[in-house]
Design a protein around this ligand. Structure first.
Ligand code: FES
Length: 154
């Protein structure tokens, strides 16, 4: 059975037909939409590497079936930079060394953007750490990540 869905993906309207209702948003992005910026870490909702925005809210894309997203607006790391200029959150991560190996960075940046948009953390480092606690960094770049989010919030 085929499942038609309509998405707005990084600002572009896309009509898709899914032949497998079990495909996750993460696999759809990486394997069928040629958007590998969103990373697969644990594939079970524990690491945050796959974080994207759906209708402005951050989600773990490995936990969401694509077929449930008909009509949704999805933003991935590929959708942030405009006109060759980095998004302010991306620039803040560079400015504050908010990464080492970089594997978790797209998820960290998307989660940071969601956190800033939610507006609950402000620039309070403790609240930022709590708000970003769903995104793991095995290199331990947490200090720079927190500083980057503080900077991008201001
Ligand atoms: Fe989705 Fe780890 S890959 S939370």
């Amino acid at each position: 059975m085929l499942h038609p869905i309509h998405l707005t993906l990084n600002g572009i309207c896309r009509d898709l037909t899914l032949d497998d209702p079990r495909i996750t948003l993460l696999d759809l992005l990486r394997e069928r939409m040629a958007l590998p910026g969103t990373k697969k870490g644990c594939d079970r909702g524990q690491c945050g590497a796959c974080t994207v925005l759906v209708d402005g809210r951050r989600i773990n894309s490995c936990l969401v079936l694509a077929v449930t997203l008909d009509g949704a607006e999805i933003t991935t790391i590929e959708g942030l930079a405009e006109g060759g200029r980095l998004h302010p959150v991306q620039a803040a991560f560079i400015e504050h060394d908010g990464f080492q190996c970089g594997y978790c960075t797209p998820g960290q940046i998307m989660s940071a953007l969601g956190l800033i948009t939610e507006g609950h953390a402000g620039d309070d480092p403790e609240r930022i750490r709590e708000g970003m606690s769903g995104n793991l960094c095995r290199c331990g770049a947490y200090h720079g990540i927190t500083e980057a989010v503080q900077d991008a919030t201001r």
